[in-house]
Design a protein around this ligand. Structure first.
Ligand SMILES: Cc1cc2nc3c(=O)[nH]c(=O)nc-3n(C[C@H](O)[C@H](O)[C@H](O)COP(=O)(O)OP(=O)(O)OC[C@H]3O[C@@H](n4cnc5c(N)ncnc54)[C@H](O)[C@@H]3O)c2cc1C
Length: 293
């Protein structure tokens, strides 16, 4: 088995099962690499996938600077590149009160606290609602003057009717402060004045970009660029989007024999545990696919 990758990013996982004190992304990736090598995987690092051409097995993937990889089956697990918020203090306090994204399961950690959400899209709105079940107050900081263009109407209505959620429009985060963890945020308000607000946590939901450009020409994607898999291929475009006589396997993409796992997949819950679970399922499906050809 050949695994192709860029360098691992240093994301910490606070809630991955078996690591009660959390584990950094780099350490988790290094441990996984060691383990994969023990099982005989050949690893290529630093030569990202740049394009994929063939629509039928055997596939041909082209790596940076020219080398090609030929294979009968492939699993795409290229993840999502989160948009970074270039604001003073954010990178220093990342994972110390400042977070990119928020899983519903983590919201209870901020019971009775005053928390902030940056962003005006559906993920930001849903996160605010999840947090509001536990937090004392949730304040959304939205740069624009309205939510209507970026968020679904039903979510806007739910935010409006929720007593402990405040939406601040024309509000821009300009800095975050804290010694070892987040203590306060500085916001430029609609009048252009800077306000210092005490904050227990800040959740940044300003979107991410699924890393699917190299396979964009051959695999079907949703409107956000995420890879469609399994039954989503059928419901989204009927049988037309699926070329084989059988139904697609759970994590199979629009090209039979190419699977997708983790954050890059449409509908992923964007957690380490689910990405690892997808990987395990994908490999079972690879075996099923290979046994039928
Ligand atoms: C700041 C932050 C904090 C988070 N905290 C938590 C947490 O506490 N708990 C939790 O469960 N989840 C957390 N997450 C989410 C978690 O990191 C992801 O759900 C998980 O990493 C997804 O794994 P993945 O393998 O799908 O993608 P990734 O971990 O993103 O891995 C994708 C890999 O593919 C590589 N790649 C991309 N394009 C190419 C290419 N063209 N060629 C070759 N390689 C490529 C990337 O460099 C990367 O190494 C956090 C995410 C962020 C951004």
């Amino acid at each position: 088995m050949l695994r192709v990758g860029r360098r691992a990013r240093a994301r910490a996982s606070k809630n991955y099962l078996g690591f009660p004190d959390g584990i950094g992304g780099t350490e988790l990736a290094e441990r996984s690499l060691r383990q994969a090598r023990k099982f005989g995987a050949e690893i290529v690092i630093g030569t990202p996938l740049v394009s994929a051409s063939s629509l039928t097995s055997p596939f041909c993937f082209e790596l940076d600077h020219g080398p090609q990889v030929h294979c009968r089956c492939a699993v795409v697990a290229t993840g999502v590149e989160y948009r970074q918020l270039e604001v003073e203090g954010v990178s220093r306090l990342a994972d110390a009160g400042v977070y990119y994204g928020a899983a519903p399961s983590e919201c209870h950690l901020y019971r009775d606290a005053d928390v902030y959400v940056v962003g005006g899209g559906n993920s930001a709105g849903q996160t605010a609602l999840n947090l509001s079940r536990f937090a004392h107050s949730v304040t959304m900081l939205v740069r624009g003057g309205s939510l209507a263009k970026s968020m679904s109407h039903y979510l806007i209505r739910r935010l409006e009717t929720n007593d402990n959620i405040t939406v601040r429009l024309n509000a821009e985060l300009v800095a975050v402060e804290g010694k070892d963890c987040l203590e306060a945020i500085i916001v430029r308000n609609a009048a252009g004045e800077k306000e210092r607000l005490r904050a227990a946590a800040l959740f940044i939901l300003i979107g991410g970009v699924p890393q699917t450009a190299p396979v964009a020409g051959i695999l079907r994607r949703d409107g956000g660029g995420y890879l469609l898999t399994g039954r989503d291929l059928l419901t989204d475009g009927g049988q037309e989007g699926w070329p084989a006589d059988r139904e697609p396997y759970l994590l199979e993409t629009s090209v039979p024999g190419i699977f997708a796992a983790g954050d890059v997949r449409h509908g992923s819950v964007e957690r380490v545990a689910s990405a690892v679970g997808d990987g395990a399922i994908a490999l079972r499906l690879v075996h099923a696919y290979l046994s039928e050809c």
